[in-house]
Each structure stands twice: as structure tokens, then as C-alpha cells.
Ligand binder design. Sequence first.
Ligand code: GLC
Length: 625
Amino acid sequence: MSDLFATARRHFAAGLVESRRGDALARFDAHGPRLFGLLSSLYALDGGVTEPIRCLLAGLAQCVNQRPDDLFELDAARPADWLDRADMIGYSTYVERFAGTLDRVRERVPYLHALGIRYLHLLPFLKARSGDNDGGFAVSDYGQVEPALGSNADLDALAARLRESGISLAADFVLNHCADDHPWALAARSGDPHFRQFFHVYTDRAQIERLEADLPQVFPESAPGNFSFVPELDAWVWATFNRYQWDLNWSNPDLFQHMALALLRLANRGVEIFRLDSAAYLWKRAGTDCRNLPEAHAVLQSLRAILEIAAPSVALKAEVIVPLPEVAPYFGTGDRAGTECQIAYHSSLMAASWAALAEQRADILADVIARTPAPPAGCVWLNYVRCHDDIGWWVLREEATGHTGHDGFDLARIARFYSGDEPDSYAEGEAFQSSDPRAFHGSNGMTASLLGLHRALAAGDDDAIATATRRHLLLYAIVLSAAGVPLIYMGDEYGLGNHSAYRRSGDDDGRWLHRPDMDWALAQAAPFDRLRAGIDRLIQARRRCASLTPSTAMRTLPFSEPGLLGIARGAHFIGLYNLSAQPIAVSLTQLPSLDGRQWHDLLCRAPCANTFTLAPYDLRWLESP
Ligand code: GLC
């Protein structure tokens, strides 16, 4: 046992109540050595336990002591592979858009339960900056619910109600930045040198120009550059996103301990999954693009080790929207595999499904699927069609150039396709932040609008309505059958359309196009009820099919028709997807691995012949013994 670990253990043990001591120390012994190895590498703890680490250990013990009994029991009972279940399906929404307040979300729990949801991701609900706040992603208080959405007691009640229904609450942990009116930022502004070190502050313009040369821009149109000049400081503050979102300085151990304890306190309120917002940006080093640095991984692994000690039933979900080879390491690599985040957004699969649909080319998706590594045990990919952000095409830049072994494709054309600016387009979307070719530009819009449903409805064109509905079910069927956990974005379960009025409300962030209010009456009306019935059928079939557990191996089937995607899961399931506007005659006998087998249609619940025609954008889910 190292001296550092032994001293840390003594500090931790001294703060524990007797009833929790045995369990907590056993966990500390299992995860503490890894934690202190990581903290030493980040914060040079050669001299022993420093003041911030002492605070961390005291706070850690306190969080263990205060963890509610039901959560403490969940910690003991929850298996390490709890996410790896076919019925684990997520739903992501804004509190305000979904129901108005946390209390009202509680009233809607039966709706989510009936849909088959097992985890609910509520977009940021903590106290946010007044005025612009990036939809709550500029947090002013990590310990307080946004008053407009309710109280901390409402949060506790919602978490408990969800848990009773078998739904885990997922919350954002916005850890790359806080709001410029967070008390730390206010203290820094007023000249407090301690809190100034919670941020990255530069007085030398030449220095930020040198840094800027290596940094991409996230919002080149609405928030150009990565630094924001703050007159009170007479200096620039690092602000990767908007000028009012100040990047936190994770190289400061005091910041680390404050944030780690804020995370644990939220876990004690019943959050079971944390979406780690913008986790790729946590560490800065001059001369790099300051993304995915090894220290950022070490910070995340430290947070995971802390949860393993104080709230082990809680999972971490990495929101790192970067090319595929840089995402997989967020599960942990080498002998650290499985010790970082348990969930990671598969944004390449998401973007590739939209690209494949626009180009009517299955190989675009097949390429990404073939290069998707299986996560370590207990970890899962998160698959989704849409979320509250734009579809970022940038993650596919290697694929688009043809560097990954398949024919390339034109991302600019695909972006134009979804903004309705190509002759063959059915989409009603908008381009987002596309002025800088190096930027994360993408497309905005709700799924149903991007797929032409609302345009077809306005035209009263029944064929086009049916076609758009099939496209919608096709994309959802792909994510519901791909390896990983699927996530439904609010309103997509029935085809909610764009919030086109967002510009009238004076908001210049185009992502509000796909952040409409739920429309509960619409969900009951034709053709939305038919779309909903189709989604229900897919979800029910997924839950019945053992091959669709998240970790079952996934491969694609080598069909020769360019528009036909075949996904096999394990030995018994195949999904067939017509990504094209033409019917495709399918013969399962053409592939030796499928020939001579009996197939059962999981959606129609009837036997399926070996040859059949897939209508444009149609799909089949087949199982064989
Ligand atoms: C994440 C969020 C996005 C937000 C950004 C800054 O990417 O998904 O909505 O603007 O982080 O917090």
C-alpha cells in the first residue's frame, strides 16, 4: 500500500459513520488505488494528501454517509451489466418542452413507461444563467434546480417516481464550463485570485492567438473564437462554446474536488446516469487542439472511481462528438478498459444513417458499422436518430474522403439535401454554423420534418405521407436493432415536426428548430398515431428478441444492391433496410450464411419467405432458430 493511499484511506475512514464503514472501505480498497494513481498523475501528489484532496476525502465520506438507504441498496444490488438489456431504451427531452416543470414530468411517467422507456435523459435542469444560457448548458449552481422548473424536492420526487416505474433518471453534468454568473465566475471577476484559477485566464493577446491557431471553433457564426474578453478582468477567458460559458480549469485540484462532490450530491438525489457534456474538452495544452487529451481521460476515470466508491450504481455517459476512433477510448483502453464511461454517443452511426439515406447508399452505414469496436464488458454504445443538437457532419470527414476503404461522399451535398436545397430533397431542415469548413457544421430539424412528413401533410399527399412514415420507421429500426442502447428524442415517437417559430422569438441559435413543445393532441391524430404504432411495434419486438441485447455482436451482410443494408446480430437475427426510393427484390438464398434457413418476421409475427420485395424505405426484422 503506498503512503499516499494509506493516508488517504485514514482521512476517508475518519469521516465515515459506523453503519456504512464496512461497505465504503471495501470499495475504497478496490478503487482507491486506481483513483490515487490517477490523481497523482494529474495533480502531482508526491508530497502527500494536499488540502483539496483532504476536502475531497471528507466530502466523499459525507456523501457515503448521506446516501439515501434505497440508493445505497441499489448500489449493492445493481449488476455491472445493468445497461446490457434489450429493454434498456432511453428517451431524451427538455423538462420545459415535455411538460413545463419537473412535477408535470412526474405526471407523464406512465406515458414513458407505456412507451417502454427505461431511462429518461432530462436536458439541463439545474439553475442556469439568466438570459441566454444555451438551453440550460450554462449552469449557475450545480446544487440547485432551476427555479422555473421546480425545486430540489421536486427533483427528488421525480427521481423516486421514475425509479418505482423501473426508469432511471439521467441528467447532464455540464463539466467543461459553467455560466459566467456562477459564484466562482463572479468571485473571479471581482478579483479573487483563488477563483480566478478555476478558469483559464490570459492577459496576453499574442498567447491566445497562438492557442487559437490550433483550435477548431464550435460555433463559428454565433460565437467565433475560443476566448472571451472580460473587461473586469482586463483579460480573456477560455470559452470554447458561447462567450458566457467559461471553461473550467480541471488542472486545478480544488476545482476537481468541488465538481466531483457536486456530481456525488446529484447522485444522492437519485440521478442514475450522468451525461458528461462536452467531455472531450476538459484539458488544455498549448500546441494541441485541446480535445481528447490523455488528462481528460484521467479526469473522467477519476470521477468514475469516485462513483465506484460512493455511488456505484451510477453510470457515466460520454458526450464526445468526435470521429469514431476517438470516441471508443472513452470506455477506457488497455488495462483501463471498462473503467471510464459505460455509455458513449455513437454520433458516427447517427450521422452515417442520415448520409446513407440521402445518398441511398447502404455502404456508408456498413462502413461505420464494420469499424465500430465492441465496447468492454458492461459498456454500451448509445444509438440515436436525433437529439437536441444538430446532426454534425464533421464526425464523418474521414469516411467522406473515402479514407476508410469505401467510396467517399459529399458531405456538403448531404447538408444541402437536409436543408431542402437539392433537387431530389424532401427535407425541411436548416444548415447550422456552416460558414467555416473546419467547424462542426451540421443540419437542424426534427426527424419527421427532415424526412418529409410535414411537407407531405401540408400538400395533402397520402403517398408521400406513407413514404415519409416508412423513412422515419426505417431510421428508428436501424438504431433499435444496432448494437447498443437506443435513445428516442422527444416527439419522434409520433413524428412531431419543427419548431419553425423559434426565430420569431428572437433566438438566433438554429438548434431551437428541433426543440418544439410536445403536442399531446397531435400524437393521437392520424397519421401520427400510425407512426407511433409503428414505433411501438419496433420497441415491443426489440424487447422480445434476445439477439437485440446491446452487447450481441453486430455485422453487416454483403448484399450487392447498393440501397440494401443488412445487419446481423449474433447468429439468429437479421435486419434488412431498403435505404432507396426504389423497391428491392431480396433473396436470402443469395448469401451462404442465410441460405436454407427458416425465417420468422418479428414485426408481423409470421413466417417469412426467402424471397420478397422490400418497398422503398421498407424494412424487415427476421429471426431464425
Ligand atoms: C453539448 C450540448 C450542446 C451544448 C454544448 C455546450 O454539446 O449537447 O447542446 O451547446 O455541449 O454545453
